[in-house]
Design a protein around this ligand. Sequence first.
Ligand code: HEM
Length: 74
Amino acid sequence: MSYHAVVLTVHVLTAVVTIGLFVTRFYWLCRHSPALQQRWVRVVPHINDTLLLASGIALIVINRFYPFLCKKAG
Ligand code: HEM
């Protein structure tokens, strides 16, 4: 498995987890559920979102895709 494939897999997995956690937390919020106050519910989304952002930036670097540069990066 190439480096790109590994980082892309991490990126897509963390993307799925972030959406899943977001929907779950919104459901708990609407239900006024005490589950929302659990420690892991406040910690894990930050760790996951950091991994999502880091893998996204890594993919940009690996692909040499810089959207805000006019000149193509060598
Ligand atoms: C909730 C936020 C995000 C979701 C749901 C998400 C989802 C995805 C998915 C599903 C892909 C795979 C697309 C494909 O292979 O056809 C992808 C690719 C990619 N994402 Fe994200 N992403 C998110 C945030 C980010 C962020 C913050 C960055 C950059 C900082 C980023 C950069 C990229 C790049 C560069 C690719 C292309 C990878 C490639 O084709 O080699 N993403 N994203």
